[in-house]
Design a protein around this ligand. Sequence first.
Ligand code: 26V
Length: 811
Amino acid sequence: MRLNYTSRQISDLIEGKLMRYFAREPHNATMHQYYKATCSVIRDIMSELWLENHDIVNSHQEKQVYYLSMEFLPGTSLRNNLFNLHLEDVMSRSLANFGKKLEDLYAIDPDAGLGNGGLGRLASCYLDSIASQGMAGHGMSICYEYGIFKQAIENCNQVEKADDWQDLGEAWLLEKEDESENVQFGGSLEEYWENGKLRINHKNYHTVIAIPNDYYITGYDSKVVNTLRLYRATSPVSIDMELFAQGKYLKAMEEKHMAEIISKILYPEDAHQEGKMLRLTQQYFFTSAGIQTIVKRHMRTFKDLKTFPDKVAIHINDTHPALAIPELMRILIDDHRLEWEDAWDIVTRTVSYTNHTVMPEALEKWAESIIREIQPRIYSIIAEINRRLTLELTIKYPYDQDMIRKNAIIYDGQVRMANLCAAAAHTVNGVSALHSEIIKKDIFDGFNKETPSKFTNVTNGIAYRRWLCQANPRLSELIEDLIGPEFKKDATNLEKLMKFKEDENVLTQLHQIKRDNKIKLADKIWQTNAIKVDPDSIFDVQVKRIHEYKRQLLNLFHIIYIYDRIKTEPDFDIEPRTFIFAGKAAAGYQAAKEIIRFACHLANKINSDPEARDRIKIVFLENYSVSLAELIMPAADISEQISLAGKEASGTGNMKLMINGALTIGTYDGANIEINQQVGDENMFLFGMREDEVQKLRDSHSYSPYDHMVNDKHIYRIMKQLSCEIDGQCFNAIANLITNGSGGPADQYFVLADFKSYMEAQKRVQETWKDRKRWTQMSLTNIAKSGIFSADRSVGEYAQRIWGIESINGK
Ligand code: 26V
């Protein structure tokens, strides 16, 4: 699909915007004004396309999916939209008419960080693929005024800075105030009889208004434009004039203030659930607004709720939007007067749910009292769902108390959101083959016994047109020269690259492109960290949130080991390596913050040691974000995916690095296993215990990190250095995590248990690097075999097996 705009036409449109918005002539407009004018022109083009496909969807009465997620991480928008609409060239020329460069606008395009990490980025990758495949599907979330904090590293410590992305980011948003919804909080319930039926009246509640801000989602070469609807909270009462009249000015504005807090900021925690009232308020706020809108839209078109599950699919991204379930029940029963059974039938045929973690501390549980306080009607519906569920289980399994203990939604005064989702969803999926098996025997053991057919797997995928075509344009061009452009629509075509495995010319070009990308990253490292790194060294990359289970410590311990050997053995054989880290720690996660401090001090120590610094370097890049990732992925040689087996649900950074030709050093965990199936043992570096071995070791209660310390002199020396031998700093808290645990078991992620195996895998990395041809062939193989990890494939599976939606392209 090509749009027919000439550069002159676009220039005229930009000029018009500069004039109307800023009263500026092109020659005296600022770059920010150009940016806003340009975005606005593109937004208008998208609006037109949106209107067009809106008509198609309505006239064909196509089924649509709503993807509810507390988080989306779209990254930057300008380049992506121009790329998708094939407008990059014409826009470049239009701006050149004013003597401006498109690249300079890209540089100021803000990174919308409305998410923490993997889960939010996945949601954005999926919206991209849904639109690219011509499906009608929309995201729904919160229009956080402040997204994920900006991370600065000051004196080796993480410092969190506010991210007010909306300053420029609002250029992409379209407020639709007329589609606002009222969300009701608090209050009390009153029962009454109506035509012989017991009904519930919710009264004395207070109302918060949810104002939609639509963010258009374009697809590659697709006429479909969807929306990510972000709700902003406000109050219907801006000033309480009664209080004002009494001179209580601050109090008079309190209600508005309290309402607006709801969409103020994204919770930056993805490690521990804390049961904070405001977070649950956020969850009810956006799910209620979303579900109200979905039901209204359906009624407007179809006028009948019976067809709801045939026309609407609602997907719950992790448990955060789980209140969508009782909210839909509430609307069906209280507002539309459906019987419980009919409402439940609609809900259970409409809702599906993805689990993204098995970490027990991240599983959402809420005290019953909090839910009751936030919305008593929602609480009463959850209680009724639970009552019916447990009654059914008691009848079916009269002697199996365990079944109730496992499956109950309310237990011990807590509402277990995962069980609510599993009870209501027609399909529950994990995000990699291993993870989907683990959730069946672990958190959903009971539900799996009861309804095994509910459970399925959809392995994650990435928006590879962003991560390969846009982030690594030279590689993308080379691929296009070799196998044609079809790979941009169907990533499985990448496999055709295999026939160039022996082609020296191709291998040389591949190497050269990687080297140039490394130079670009080296420049960035120089600018931000004032560290000179050698583009001919191995760029060894671990970029992801900082979590104990992801085991950045294993990587850091191994670096200390190498350093130690460099210091003690002058002839130690080591290929020059640059270890690159990036990632944010949740603000309240002390251990993760300590790991950052440790990495940065270790970097200081090694980078300033003349005996070591020409052989190894460490870089911690601050503020890991989608944009920074787009610079790092194309420049990586080694992709560190070293989580404890069984803990990383899937990983998606592993896929982004793979498609850019990095080789994985990884455990048998998450999607690493599927990467292994694609490329074979010979094209990656597997190490470490398998999930069953981890389980066995844990169950045996015989694991002793202390034994590793006394029996392995290298490990002993590493641990010793943690006490005050690194850049004059002590890391006793880290040593303590390994030797004693802090609260939990010692070394609960088995860092020392996997150390030797990791060290050996790292040796294999180094031996392979010495053979450049072999390395580049492995890299080519990784690119060629990465097609399966396209989000198009994942979304195709969701659409077919879970949502039941089809493409409207061509209709
Ligand atoms: C969890 C929590 C826990 C409670 C507090 C707030 C909060 C916010 C976010 C999360 C999300 C954690 C789950 C997550 O991000 N999982 C990641 O999902 C990726 C996409 O499926 C997957 O590739 C990663 O392996 C998985 O860790």
